[in-house]
Each structure stands twice: as C-alpha cells, then as structure tokens.
Design a protein around this ligand. Structure first.
Ligand SMILES: [Zn+2]
Length: 438
C-alpha cells in the first residue's frame, strides 16, 4: 500500500499513561517554540525559559474563542503566509468570524486523526462526505482522511442546492456508498428520503458499512434508532474547525481523546481550576500544528474526561461530550434540556415511527410536536406525555402531527434546477436566471 503513515505518533506506539505523557512532553517544546513565532503568543512567551512541561504550560493563560476572533484574520499566524495550504472560518456570535488555517504538514496530522476509525477506511470504500465544504473544516477533513486511506470520496456537502436529499439517496444507492460522514440528523432524514424514493434503508443499501457522525449532540436512544434504521454501526467523532478531530470512538463504543496528538486539560469555570480529568470545559493544546499554534485553547464545550482503562487497548483517555446540550430552559421551575427530551422521544416504541420532532420551552409550559402516522397518533402522544411527566414532573403539551408537517415531502423528493449563468435566452425561457442563476 502506498498509503503509509507519517512520522507522527500512531495508535499502539505507547503503553500506559506514563509513556503517553512522555510522548506529549517530547513534542511540547517544539509546539511552544512554534507558538512563539505568532504575534498573539510572542508577548505571552517573553520569559527566558519557555514552558517545556505540561505543568509549566499550565501557568499560561487560557486562549479563548474571543482571542481568535479579536486576532482575525492572521494575528495567530506563525509561519510565512506562503506556507499556508487552507484557510477556514467558523462564524460565532453576531457573525464575527473565528479563523483557522493550516499548512500542508498540518494537514497530514488532521487527516490522520480523522481517519482513526475502528471499522477502518480502505481503498475499497466509497465515502460520502455530507458536511459543509464552504469555509468550515469538516467537509475537507473527511475528504482528506478518505483520500489518505485511498477511498473513493464523493463530495456531497449539505448546504448546496446541487445536493438535495433525493440526490443523496440516489448516490448512496447507485454508487454503493460504504461510509458516510454527516450530522446525525441527516441519517434520519435520508431514511425518510429513501422511503420516498421506494428504498428500504436497512435492506436496499447492502454495501453500507457505517455512518460516521458528529457536530451535534446525540443521545444513546437516537443513536440506537439510527443504527437500527440503517442496520450498520453509528460511529461518533468529536472536533471543531479550530482544531480538527479531537476524539473518536473505539469498537467498545467509547470516545477517546487523541492525546498523542494534543494535550488536554479540563477547566472548571466556577472555581477557575484546571485538572487532567473530571468534569468541566475541554482545553486543548494541539501538538503538531504549525500554521496557527494554539496553547491551552478553551473549546467551551462541557465534557467529562476519564483515564479509566478501556478494552480497546488504545491507551487514550475517554471523553463524554455534552457540548452546549448541558444548557436548558426553565419550565415551571424545572430545567428542560434537549438531551433529556431527545432521549424520551427516541424511547417511544419504534412501531410509532416517530423520527422528527421539535419542542418549545416557555416559562409556563412545554410544547412538543412530532411527526407520527395517524394510526399511532393517540398512543404516541399519550406515551410521550407520560414520559415527560415521569422525567420532568410537568405536564407537557404533546401534539402528534401528520408526516410531512415538520419536513415537507417536497424537501425529500425535489431536485432543484441548478443552472450556470448565461446572457442569451430564447423567447419562452426565464431570463430572470441570467445573473441570479442559483
Ligand atoms: Zn476504547
């Protein structure tokens, strides 16, 4: 195989936390000296001795998302600009851009981390990438990881007019797609779109091996439903545009932090203390990133990190990611979170066929709407109402809606006419599309 791995640390090269720690510290000095080359970190690293150990690093202040925004676009740049390979942005509050950029060498580390899938990615695979390519990292990340492993990559995007759901299903079916990368919600919508196209999700896609998902909180109940719908494992991934992949799942279903490629800390915003494990916000120092080094970058995601052993033998800490799902809304003095509510909805009997729902939490009441076929409406409403009462101690207003109410059938079946710009039109043609051609 020509797809040999790089000189970066690889799974299986260390035994136990001590060796992992040595691996991190061996690289840390290089990481810090790269950082010292950026306008942002230079004044922060003025002391004669640069931090060389994790303990010394902990004396530096955290880097925040706001720091990245304030230094947009190139205040964090640590290499000559001509060495940059790609530039990305994620949009934060009020549309202020959060920049991130990578060299070609940085991209080797990025692609390798994402490619760490327990089920494997090979030249025989056809990988449908169904996350955005515009500005964000996610689409390019999966694309590069697929190419690294020799897979055939189908660039599907999920924010492009050229790739409506009907086309996703057609591609998955006709190209015998084996792997997909998307937010979990997409996998549910594809199932509905497949049914509209006359395909049975768990039966008529025999080549499908796994669904890679990330970018959205996922409860065990919803995950199990997606897996059963398609008849393949759902494999979770955690990362961001500013960092790339930070954690991925092992075959035992636990998420492991890529602690050989980055240094992780857990920050408790209430006490201001930082630890190696426990509950708090995840803080990351990528160790192999040259273009835009980050020292102690606070992702502001709520996590729980543990160094307990796992049977997979990777020797990496595990992480549970709660993201912003930890936040909720108060209803009648009770906090309602999406996570808990989602777990209830997907605990309904599968025969009720409830896949799509939404809820509005107001101070005085909770309203939940779900798509459910007429035959199961009364039963589904009663069951969910009881689950809400049992779990939250409040009476929710639960309403079953006809299928198509939350996701119109049109959205599952339509293939919009995407044209190129042109200036000359015939007598019966719509010349409104001359310049507004999308
Ligand atoms: Zn494991």
């Amino acid at each position: 195989m020509s797809h040999s791995s790089s000189s970066l640390p690889q799974l299986g090269q260390w035994n136990g936390p001590e060796e992992l720690h040595r691996l991190q510290e061996k690289q840390l000095q290089q990481t810090v000296s790269w950082a010292a080359g950026s306008p942002f970190y230079r004044p922060r690293l003025t002391s004669a001795a640069l931090p060389a150990t994790a303990a010394e690093l902990a004396d530096l202040p955290l880097t925040t998302k706001q720091d990245l925004r304030d230094n947009h676009p190139f205040g964090m740049l640590a290499v000559p600009k001509e060495r940059l390979a790609t530039y990305h942005e994620s949009s934060g509050t009020a549309g202020h851009p959060t920049p991130s950029y990578y060299t070609a060498e940085d991209w080797v580390d990025l692609a390798e981390r994402f490619a760490r899938k327990w089920i494997g990615v090979t030249a025989d695979d056809v990988l449908l990438v169904r996350t955005p390519y515009a500005l964000l990292l996610t689409g390019h990340l999966a694309h590069a990881a697929g190419r690294l492993k020799g897979a055939t990559v189908v660039p599907g995007d999920n924010r492009s007019l050229a790739m409506p759901y009907a086309r996703v299903v057609r591609v998955m079916h006709d190209l015998a797609v084996t792997l997909t990368w998307s937010v979990p919600t997409e996998c549910l919508i594809w199932a509905a779109a497949a049914a509209e196209a006359g395909h049975r999700p768990g039966v008529d896609f025999p080549h499908l091996r796994a669904l890679f998902v990330g970018g959205e909180p996922l409860t065990p109940a919803r995950r199990a439903r997606i897996s059963r719908l398609w008849g393949v494992p759902v494999i979770e991934e955690y990362g961001s545009t500013e960092t790339g992949s930070l954690a991925g799942e092992c075959e035992y279903g636990r998420m492991h932090l890529w602690a050989d490629r980055a240094l992780f800390e857990v920050y408790d915003p209430r006490t201001g203390t930082v630890g190696r494990e426990g509950a708090g916000q995840l803080v990351v120092t990528p160790l192999y990133r040259e273009a835009m080094p980050l020292l102690r970058y606070n992702l502001e995601d709520d996590v729980l990190v543990s160094y307990d052993d796992c049977d997979c033998g990777w020797g990496l800490p595990t992480v549970q990611v709660f993201g912003r799902s930890a936040f909720g809304h108060g209803v009648s003095g009770v906090t309602i979170t999406q996570h808990r509510l989602e777990q209830l909805v997907f605990s309904l009997p599968e025969s009720y066929q409830v896949l799509f729902w939404r809820a509005r939490a107001e101070r005085t009441g909770l309203r939940v709407e779900m798509e459910v076929p007429e035959a199961h409406r009364v039963a589904a409403e009663g069951s969910l109402r009881a689950l809400v009462r049992e779990s939250f101690g409040i009476d929710g207003d639960v309403v079953g809606l006809p299928p198509g109410s939350l996701i119109p059938r049109e959205a599952l079946t339509a293939i919009p006419d995407v044209v190129k710009p042109r200036s000359l039109f015939g007598p019966d043609e719509d010349w409104g599309k001359a310049l507004l051609y999308y």
